[in-house]
Design a protein around this ligand. Structure first.
Ligand code: UT7
Length: 337
């Protein structure tokens, strides 16, 4: 390890599909209401991909990365590793990171790797970014957090369909040697408790339950997202709060010393419960769930990009993030922007 290297966020970007479903739009598909969705989740609308317009994950990543490259003032061929967090890939293979290299027109043969840790995937990727940069192996890493839940939702199931949306966030990280600035990824902590793995799952489409005509006809397994909302809600609040607290303990910091908390955006009630338990003011919590719903591994990088571009997050700010998803995976960490 070359300890003189610090990790720096040099560019961020995001893309949300053009098509929007408001809560009122959903009332024609299922028995729900704008009032219920807003009160129970905080969501007002969500963006949904248009396959005919080829709004694929690699296309979304291309658009988000172009913004990040512009912010970083960097040529695309300076990226020397692409990490792509996605839960349900664009194709079974090749991986979505490779398709993104192609979409971006990167010709330097940089390695391309997908990460699947569901909603927590971006945070899992962040730990890899930090280890790779500090080892000196790579200099400029593109980390994408993108998900398209609309492709595996039952659009008649009000228990799940109202919660999610599609989106993509891109971040470019640079390893900077002997930097006098504070920027860094200071600490990351990843975890997984598989006890409740089946409480948030898409059971078909893999090796165990391939999509065959027999399975589709027999409707043997749910072919869309299966979620036990209450189990997930409770686990999400406890795990995200505990992990965020453990980061502060390890870093010997208190809540006042943190400028922003950027939590995974699954439900505004989950976020408010974490802030309450964690004794953290909501004014310092970055949220974007109102406009996009739960975009899975895109929630943190898109919220981060919005906050940077609106001037909320400034250079030198200390940012705590905490995340949770299928697995049940979880992660938290501390960054100085
Ligand atoms: O990234 C991680 C993935 N997911 C999550 O983090 C989700 C975690 N869970 C949640 O956010 C919440 O559990 C939900 C939003 C899914 C559900 O909220 P809840 O407050 O736990 O509602 P509930 O399931 O207890 O349902 C209350 C009532 C029920 O009616 P009855 O039995 O009281 O008559 C539901 O049938 O609300 C009904 N309901 C709805 N009504 C209108 C459930 N969904 C809807 C809906 N519209 N969309």
């Amino acid at each position: 390890m070359t300890n003189s290297i610090k990790s720096k966020i040099v560019g961020t970007g995001r893309y949300h599909p053009k098509k929007i479903y408001t809560n009122d739009d959903l009332t024609s598909m299922m028995d729900t209401s704008d009032e219920w969705i807003r009160e129970r989740t905080g969501i007002k609308k969500r963006h949904i991909i248009d396959l005919e317009a080829k709004e694929y994950p690699s296309f979304m990543a291309q658009k988000a990365t172009e913004q990040a490259l512009e912010m970083a003032n960097m040529d695309r061929n300076e990226i020397d590793l692409i990490l792509y967090s996605i839960t349900y890939s664009e194709m079974s293979f090749p991986n979505t990171a490779s398709l993104t290299q192609l979409a971006l027109g990167i010709t330097n043969k940089c390695p391309c790797l997908d990460i699947n840790a569901a909603c927590t995937g971006w945070a899992y990727g962040l730990e890899l970014v930090d280890l790779y940069l500090k080892s000196g192996r790579y200099k400029n890493i593109l980390l994408i957090g993108c998900d398209v839940p609309s492709s595996f939702l039952d659009w008649e199931d009000r228990n799940t369909a109202v919660l999610f949306g599609d989106g993509c966030g891109a971040m470019i990280f640079q390893g900077v040697e002997n930097s006098s600035e504070e920027h860094d990824i200071h600490l990351t902590k990843l975890a997984c408790d598989a006890t409740h793995a089946m409480n948030l799952a898409l059971m078909t489409g893999g090796i165990r339950n391939p999509i065959t005509k027999e399975i589709l006809d027999a409707k043997k397994y749910p072919q869309t997202l299966h979620m036990d909302g209450k189990v997930i809600f409770k686990n999400a609040v406890k795990t995200m709060t505990d992990l965020a607290s453990s980061i502060l303990d390890k870093m010997n910091l208190n809540q006042e010393q943190i400028d922003w908390l950027v939590p995974h955006q699954a439900n505004i009630r989950i976020i408010e419960a974490i802030a309450r338990r964690f004794d953290f003011p909501m004014e310092k919590v970055i949220t974007n769930i109102e406009d996009y719903g739960n975009t899975s591994s895109a929630t943190i990088p898109t919220a981060f990009d919005e906050a940077v571009r609106s001037g909320k997050i400034q250079r030198g700010n200390k940012i705590l993030f905490t995340s949770f998803g299928s697995g049940l995976t979880s992660a938290a960490g501390l960054i100085t922007y």
